[in-house]
Design a protein around this ligand. Sequence first.
Ligand code: HDD
Length: 699
Amino acid sequence: MPDEEQLDKQRQLDPLRDRPEDGPLSTDFGTRVEDTDNSLRAGERGPTLLEDFHFREKITRFDHERIPERVVHARGAGAYGHFRPYESLAEYTRADFLQDPDRATPVFVRFSTVAGSRGSADTVRDVRGFATKFYTREGNYDLVGNNFPVFFVQDAIKFPDFVHAVKPEPDNEIPQAASAHDTLWDFVSLQPETLHTVMWLMSDRALPRSYRMMQGFGVHTFRFVNAEGRGTFVKFHWRPLLGTHSLVWDECQQIAGADPDYNRRDLWDAIASGAFPEFELAVQLVPEEDEFAFDFDLLDPTKIIPEEVVPLRPIGRMVLDRNPENFFAETEQVAFHTAHVVPGIDFTNDPLLQGRNFSYLDTQLIRLGGPNFQQLPVNRPLATVRNNHRDGYGQHRIHPGQTAYSPNSLGGGCPALSNWDSGAYRHSQVRVDGEKIRRRSPSFDDHYSQPQLFWNSMAPWEKAHIVAAFRFELGKVNAPEVRARTVEQLNHIDHELAVAVATGIGVNPPAEAVAENPGRTSPALSMAVGQPGSIATRKVAILVADGVSGTEVTAVREALAGGGAVPEVLAAHDGEVASAEGGAVRVDRAMPTMSSVLYDAVCVPGGEASTLELSRDGLALRYVAQAFKHGKAIAALGSGIGLLRELGLPGIRLADEGEPAVDNLGVVTGTDPGSVLPAFADVIAQHRVWERDSDRVAA
Ligand code: HDD
C-alpha cells in the first residue's frame, strides 16, 4: 500500500509538469534552439533545406497533434478534487475508499455532452456525462455516469444503433449536436425502450444551468460486496449542493451563439475563483434477497428505483477544487472504463453494463493509440502497478529482469499474487445458469409505466416545457410518418401529452387514450421540489449609463457579492460612466459583448439621466425583456423602475414612487435598497420564476 504522501495525485503529477519558464527552448531531443522563426534555406530567397531538423520536427509534431475525438461524449470539461465518505460503509462494501471519514481520496471528474463533436456548443439539448475517477489506494475506481438515471437502450448491442440515429445524419453530417432530426425520432418511434430516457431528454434536465448544478447517476444497479463476501445491490446518485437547476430552451439556443463554452467556462471560473463545486454521493441499497421485490427488473437500465420506494442514503461528499493545467494532457487523455473497479464493488448482469465493460477499453486503445494509455499522467493509479504486461507503443516504464510470465521460478515467482484478505479483487460468486439465447427477459418488457411516472411527477411548467420540446424536436422532422408514430408512442404514456404534442406538429391527435394513467407520482423527479436556494456564483448584470446613482451601484454590488454572487456592471461601452454624485462608476462589461442570456439576474439602479439613456437603448431594453422571458430575477431601484415601465411587462405591478419594495413574480422594485436587495437575492436563490406570462414578451 502506498503511504499517505504518495496518495497525493498532484504530488504524483508535479514532476511531469513542463513549465516554459523552467528552461530554454529546445528540440524534442534536448538540443537548444537558436532561431525558431526562419527555416534553414539555401540563400535568402532559396528553397528550404531537408537538413533543417528543427523545421522538420516542428512541422511533423504539429501535423500529428490530433487524436480521434471520443465517438460519444467528445466535448467535455474536467476538474480535480477529492472525495471523503461520511462514515464507514464496511457493513456493505469493503471498498477501501469508503471506510474512513478521515481519509480523502483524490478524484478527477469529466463532465460532457454526448452527441456533439469536440467543437460543438455546450447548451444543446442532450444528456450530460458525469464520469468520476477515484484514485484509491486499491487502484482506480471509475464511476462513469450521466446526469439522467436511465439510458436509451437496454442492451449494449443497441448502442451503435442509437448513437448512429442521434449523431448527425451520415449523408450530410447535419445537424451538429442536436437530437431534433429525422433519424433519432425514427429510431425512438420504433424502439419504445427509449421512451423513458427520451422523456428526460425533452425535460429541462437536458439543459443544465451548470455542471455544478446537475445530478449524476451511475444508472446501472451495481453490487457492493463486504469483507465477508455478502453482496448488496446499489444505485449511485450524485447530488449538487447548489441544487439541480436548468436553463430554458430559448435561452440555450441563444447562449450557443453568445458563449458556446458556457458550461465549461462556468466550471473553470467557479474553481478559479475558489467557489469549489460540491456533490454529495448517495446510494440506494437493496438487499440481494429483494432482487425480485419490484415491479420492474433491477437489471433494466431504463428503470429507476423511485426514491419513495428505496430512499437515498448520503454516504460522502466530493469537492472539485483544481482546474487542469493542460486540456489535452488531462481532460482529453483521461480514460474512463466501467470495468475499472476495486474490491468491494462489482457488476450485475445488466446487459448494458456487461457490454460497456467491453467497449471502454476497446475505445481507449484506438483513441489513445495503444495499450499504454494507463501510464498517461492523468490515468496513472496511485496504487502500485506491477504485472507481466509488456511493450506496446509508448511504453513509459522500464521492466528489468528476465521473467515476464507466470508461473516462474527464475524470477522467484514474482510478482506475487494476492488474495481477498490481502486486497485482491474477486468477482462475486453469483450462480448463473442458462441456455445461450438472443432474447430479452420478459421482465424488461414494460416501456411505458416509468415514462408515465416521470410525466405525472412534473410541475405544470415542467410539463409545458416538455410539450414545447417535443413540438420543437418533431417540428424539425421531415418524415410525417415519423412524427405520427412518435405521437402514437406518446399516447401509450399519457393521452394529454400525446394530444398536446400532436396539435403542435400537424399530426391528427389520437382519438382516445390507449393506456390507463392511475396518476402515480414520484416527487423527487421534479426539479420544482426541494432545491436548496443560494445566490452563490450567480451572475448578476447591473445596467448603468451616465448619471447612474453611484451609491446604489455600490449597494447592489456589496449586497450581492456578500452572498457569494458575481455582480457585473454593464454599460453601452467598456471603461466607466459618470455617476449622479459626480464621480465615476467602473464598467465591467459592455452590453454588446455580453448578452443577457449569460446572466442569472438583472438589476437597474436609479439615476434619472441613466434611466433615460437606457430606455432609449434597444440592447438595454432587450436585456430586461429577455431576463423576464427566461424567468430570471429582475430588480429596479428608484428612477430605474422607469426602464421596466417602458417595457410594459405583462401582468407585473411595479412599485409606485416612494414605495419601499414590491416583489411581483420575481420583479422587485422600490425606492429602498435595504428592502429591495434582500428580496431580489431571495428571487435569485430560487433560480427562476415560472409563473410569469412570458410568451407575450417579444424578446
Ligand atoms: Fe458510454 C463514453 C456514460 C452507455 C460506450 N460514456 C462515456 C462517457 C460517459 C459515458 C460519461 C464519457 C467518459 C469521459 O468523460 O471520458 N455510457 C455512459 C452511461 C451509459 C453509457 C451512463 C449507460 C448507462 N457507453 C454506453 C454503452 C456503450 C458505451 C452501452 C457501448 C456499448 N461510452 C462508450 C464509449 C465511450 C463512452 C464508446 C466513448 C469515449 C470513451 O468511452 O472513453 O466507450
